[in-house]
Design a protein around this ligand. Structure first.
Ligand SMILES: [Zn+2]
Length: 420
């Protein structure tokens, strides 16, 4: 690439000079909105924006060319459920033995890997005990100090006393979530998280799962209805949305009635919950891969292994019903071992019955709608931020080509280019 004019120290993304117009020749363009790919289009990029998408493939004389004519070009992917501050291995050790400084350093590496995997935007749904480190990562990325995706940060998340890990200690220990009780307690916690940079509020709608009988999982509900309403009220008052981790229908329905914008995981959701979700215009972020991945964990006790395998079976069946019900499914992986592997979720969504084009839209335009950023990202259209990726082959034929993203541009800067 001959026109890299500005290299920001320490970042892996290369900006072009202000006056340069880039012409990206696309073999096949999946724009995130159209139902069919466009062949041989040219995307014109000026500064951080898409200036035009030209189907007649005309290239202005002065333009610098990026030749992706042998590739499929798509909008940058959006993962609505990540944890940059978590890594594989013992959860309790991360919370109790690793300093926040160390975890934040690891988070910078996670951010770069996530970007290089093709995710130009993420909603990071809590730091799991690393306090406000996600907001710090977001700010460092926005200032160009380190490479990484755009981050919508949820900071600490919220659960009730006794409602989050680490469990089983005889003394009070640091927890993975901010624990708050009562209307006053949750109101103050929401205000605090927003004060320190939360773009979203993440809550735990249920926790401490157990199987009452082999085929019915029971989650202990966490917040009472008045607490849930107070959380949503306090957040929405300043334009911050709330997402709720819920495995069970009972918890999801209560969270939806209180006004949360998305239900995370939802392994055991029933049809009534899907109806309520549609009625409320809320989204479902299923995070299928997280549980499939969990079945491979060699440290699982036989009981845990049985529970996880059963959950995966139920999740698959729930996903099929969610598709049938026509709920809005926004892409989220909850995958962090290793970071950058979140694209595996795409293949699983196709395996579970979602058409490949719908899966791609779920990870682009639909995800942008959940974030309220549909006017800026999620599709390749005039005026949007130039978040553009490319892969070899055709993801509509084989969605898993998206597990090998070869080119990443974020806001007009090239962050990865293996197609030269
Ligand atoms: Zn999660």
């Amino acid at each position: 690439m001959k026109s890299f004019i500005v290299f920001l120290l320490g970042t892996s993304c290369a900006a072009f000079s202000q006056s340069t117009i880039l012409a990206i020749k696309c073999g096949r363009l999946i724009d995130g909105r159209s139902e069919k790919p466009i062949i041989n289009a040219v995307i014109l990029v000026e500064n951080d924006r898409i200036k035009d998408v030209d189907r007649s493939a005309k290239i202005p004389e002065s333009a610098e060319i990026i030749d992706l004519s042998q590739s499929t070009v798509l909008p940058g992917l959006i993962d609505c459920h990540t944890h940059l501050l978590l890594h594989g291995g013992s959860y309790d050790d991360q919370i109790l033995k690793e300093s926040q400084a160390y975890r934040t350093i690891l988070g910078t590496v996670a951010a770069r890997r996530t970007l290089e995997a093709g995710f130009t935007t993420i909603r990071d749904v809590e730091t799991e005990g690393a306090m406000y480190a996600d907001a710090a990562l977001r700010d460092a990325i926005n200032k160009g100090v380190i490479p990484g995706p755009r981050i919508f940060a949820s900071t600490r998340s919220l659960s009730i006393t006794g409602g989050y890990a680490p469990y089983g200690y005889a003394i009070d220990v640091p927890y993975g979530s901010q624990l708050a009780d009562g209307v006053d307690g949750v109101t103050k916690a929401v205000r605090e998280q927003i004060q320190f940079g939360a773009d979203w509020i993440k809550i735990y709608g249920d926790s401490r799962y157990r199987h009452r009988v082999a085929d019915s999982l029971v989650g202990s509900a966490t917040f009472n209805d008045d607490e849930l309403k107070a959380i949503v009220y306090e957040a929405e008052k300043v334009g911050v949305h709330v997402c709720a981790h819920c495995y069970t229908s009972e918890a999801a329905k209560r969270a939806l009635r209180a006004g949360v914008k998305s239900i995370e995981h939802g392994l055991y959701l029933d049809d009534e919950t899907f109806r309520l979700m549609k009625q409320k215009g809320a989204y479902w972020v299923p995070t299928l891969i997280a549980y499939v991945h969990w079945t491979d964990d060699s440290t699982n006790s036989p009981d845990v292994q049985k529970m996880v395998e059963y959950s995966v079976k139920r999740h698959k069946e729930t996903f099929a019903r969610g598709l049938m019900a026509g709920v809005k499914i926004a892409f989220g992986s909850d995958y962090y071992d290793p970071h950058g592997g979140g694209t595996k979720e795409l293949g699983l969504m196709v395996d579970y019955g979602m058409p490949p084009m719908k899966v791609i839209q779920s990870a682009t335009s639909v995800a942008s709608q959940l974030l309220g950023w549909e006017s800026k990202i999620g599709t390749i259209e005039r005026g949007k931020l130039a978040d553009i990726i490319a892969v070899d082959g055709d993801p509509l034929e084989n969605i898993r080509t998206l597990e090998e993203v070869r080119f990443v541009m974020k806001g007009g800067e090239v962050c990865k280019n293996e197609i030269r």
